[in-house]
Write a protein that binds this ligand. Structure first.
Ligand code: NAD
Length: 261
């Protein structure tokens, strides 16, 4: 690989069979990292890791439910067994569940919390324990969202989980800084992914009009922010949330959206 910025670094990225997570894996592997790529869908995970390996990267698929703490622990064991350490943990997996507050069900709520919060929390905990023992610091990243900054129709419970991740990043600073571990979050605005464009053919047009710089993000826009926060260049940055949203949170207009069921 041409760029070796992350050579000898080991990364885990959850929910990475496509979309933002895949691009984060691809970008890290292209810069020398060894990457454990997780997705709930085994075929998707295998295909995604295969593409990265074909391009010359070091990447292994580890499919399973990133919301399940027992599975998360197995994933961490696999990373350390296979690659010798864990240096970068990106809690990217998250479900976007739409629904009005008055109609929201317990089942929907629990699956949302189970992945977005429980999965992210225990990935961070398990990774931090290893990073502390390794004694070489580390990088933990949470995937928040602009919906965790501003109110967004039909996404209130989702936005609540994303706001909580920002607070988790802040809160962990007090416990993990002494070990050289930084903890940050990224808040993407509207990003064009297989899911967002697939769910709503007007997604790109609607959100481009509502975004001050006139376009939606690419997964690469988000991966670039991850590359910075995961790198040595961000060694003095911790407890922060980086909004990668083309300026959306400065004005926050919400377009008329086709709300998936
Ligand atoms: N796409 C956006 O516009 C946008 C905006 C703000 C924040 N985000 C956040 O960024 C992250 C990635 O978004 P995306 O749109 O690329 O994701 P996505 O919805 O396309 O999902 C990516 C992958 O996650 C996998 N996945 C789902 N449940 C899983 C589970 N329990 N365990 C492991 N993998 C699972 C899916 O199979 C899928 O391949 C999410 O946390 C999302 O909330 C996305």
């Amino acid at each position: 690989m041409a760029d070796s910025e992350f050579t000898n670094k080991v990364a885990i990225v959850t929910g990475a069979g496509n979309g933002i997570g895949y691009e984060i894996c691809r970008a890290l592997a292209a810069r020398g990292a060894s990457v454990l790529l997780n997705d709930l869908d085994p075929a998707l995970a295998k295909e995604a890791a295969g593409k990265i390996v074909s391009a010359g990267g070091v990447c292994h698929a580890f499919p399973g439910d990133a919301g399940n703490p027992d599975f998360v622990e197995k994933m961490l064991v696999e990373a350390v067994t296979r690659y010798g350490a864990i240096d970068i943990a990106v809690a990217n997996a998250g479900i976007t569940t739409y629904g009005s507050f008055l109609e929201y069900t317990v089942e929907k709520f629990q699956s949302l919390i189970g992945l977005n919060l429980q999965g992210s929390f225990f990935l961070a905990q398990g990774a931090a324990r290893r990073m502390k023992d390794q004694g070489t610091g580390g990088r933990i990243l949470f995937m928040s969202s602009v919906t965790g900054h501003q109110s967004h129709p039909h996404l209130v419970p989702y936005g609540m989980t994303k706001a909580a991740l920002r607070m988790l990043a802040k809160g962990l600073v007090g416990e993990l800084s002494q070990y050289g571990i930084t903890v940050n979050a990224i808040s993407p605005g509207a990003v064009g992914t297989e899911r967002t464009i697939g769910d709503d053919p007007d997604f790109k047009e609607s959100w481009s009009g509502a975004t001050p710089n006139g376009r939606i993000a690419t997964p690469g826009d988000i991966a670039d922010a991850v590359l910075f926060l995961a790198s040595d260049k961000a060694r003095h940055v911790t407890g922060q949330t980086l909004q990668v949203d083309g300026g959306w949170t400065c004005t926050s207009p919400v377009p008329n959206l086709k709300i998936p069921d």
